[in-house]
Design a protein. Structure first.
Length: 408
């Protein structure tokens, strides 16, 4: 058997050439929150303008020349300045009512909040209006200076930034219309087995609904990749070859589940074993049977996982998820910590066992479900994966174990 680390390196090496793909140019003014959610910048973006692009008021109040303001000295009220109006000038001895975000007039160097004025509310416009302030004001008070957020030409967002709400906001505020992001890998997900039925179809006796196709598609998408299609095929090599010929065009990776062990109906192994893909046993439970290689007939990398649902999910976490996320500029590793076991546990000799768990109120690891690879509901109910390394075949209450947080 090969070790977990050895198979991890096999997958990394297999997919390493995909790191050289060209970035994708996308429109930053499209429906970014839907179409481009979570994309990662492929290159630095520098600001094309100052932000803010002009001095503006931090609050509703009066724009003044600070030298004109003295306690009890009345100033003539100038015309109001609303947000969005062009930049004006302020005459000496006057104070202009100004709204939040409005451009500070030329000549003004401070804003006095309306609450600090007398009267303390804006009055109807009248040439005879006067306003009085009870205290002097320092130059620059409540003024948002031009370029105080970012100056034109400065780094706006560095390469590797994942684009969320705030990042899209600053792109929009800067008038950026097109950006380069890391291109998405296109993954064809293939779920195999005579017993597998696609959801939506009538379930016949002796058959099960396809959980793996759904699970792998969602897991792939969470890594930033694009799912080309989810295909469910029987244990017929001719059917699988035809499906791959028809649907794999344009895919960067084929991800299969099922048909990789040493039984009679191992369709993935039958199709790929003499065509560039190697099948081996890995010292891990669940998920021992694994396949990986570049399919010579298609010229596409293939990663093949076993068919039991928990085996497929654990295999994805151990072998493919870190590589896919790295290739999309995302943090590759799950948050990990060490915590004590709440109950004793045994692990098969010579294997790295992965169990499902939750943390209790005292921070102890409470196992959820047993080690069997068909216990899908217990996987769905857990928040952590527990790693019991090779050689640790019996652990007691309180023994420390490494756990990965998957509750994201």
């Amino acid at each position: 058997m090969r070790t977990v680390a050895e198979h991890q390196e096999t997958i990394r090496a297999l997919l390493a050439p995909l790191a050289g793909r060209h970035p994708e140019r996308i429109s930053a003014i499209s429906a970014a929150h839907i179409t481009h959610r979570g994309r990662v910048l492929a290159a630095d973006i520098r600001s094309s303008m100052d932000l803010p692009p002009f001095d503006n008021s931090q609050m509703d109040g009066y724009a003044v020349r600070s030298a004109d303001v003295a306690p009890g000295r009345p100033l003539r009220v100038a015309p109001r300045i609303a947000a969005g109006q062009s930049i004006r000038s302020l005459a000496p001895g006057t104070a202009a009512p100004i709204m939040t975000g409005a451009a500070v007039p030329v000549g003004a160097d401070a804003i006095i909040p309306i609450e600090a004025a007398s009267p303390d509310s804006f009055q109807p416009e009248d040439d005879a209006r006067r306003v009085v302030f009870t205290a002097p004001v320092a130059p620059g008070s409540f003024v948002r200076r031009r370029g105080s957020d970012v100056a034109a030409g400065a780094l706006l967002l560095p390469a590797g930034t994942r684009l969320g709400a705030a990042q899209w906001a600053v792109l929009a505020a800067s008038g950026i219309t097109d950006i380069d992001v890391i291109s998405r890998l296109r993954v064809l997900v293939v779920s195999t087995g005579d017993e597998v039925t696609a959801p939506g179809q009538a379930l016949q006796p002796g058959r099960v609904y396809d959980a793996n196709g759904f699970a792998m598609a969602v897991a792939v998408a969470e890594c930033g990749a694009e799912v080309v299609e989810v295909v469910t095929v029987s244990d017929d090599a001719t059917v699988l070859r035809a499906a791959l010929t028809e649907r794999a065009t344009g895919a960067d990776l084929i991800l299969t589940t099922g048909g990789v062990s040493k039984g009679t109906f191992e369709v993935v192994r039958d199709v790929f074993e003499n065509g560039g893909v190697t099948f081996e046993s890995v010292a891990v439970q669940p998920g021992g049977p694994q396949g990986a290689g570049r399919a010579t007939s298609l010229g596409i990398p293939v990663v093949a996982f076993p068919g039991n649902p928990v085996s497929a999910l654990v295999s994805f976490e151990l072998f493919l998820r870190p590589v896919l996320r790295h290739l999309h500029g995302l943090p590759p590793r799950r948050p990990a910590l060490v915590a004590p076991l709440a109950a004793a546990v045994e692990s098969p000799p010579g294997k790295h066992q992965v169990r499902r768990a939750r943390l209790d109120a005292d921070g102890r690891v409470q196992l959820v479900g047993g080690p069997s690879s068909h216990l899908l509901q217990s996987y769905a109910a857990c928040t952590h994966l527990v790693h019991i390394p090779v050689g640790a075949f019996s652990l007691d209450v309180g023994d420390p174990v490494e756990i990965w947080s998957i509750d994201d």
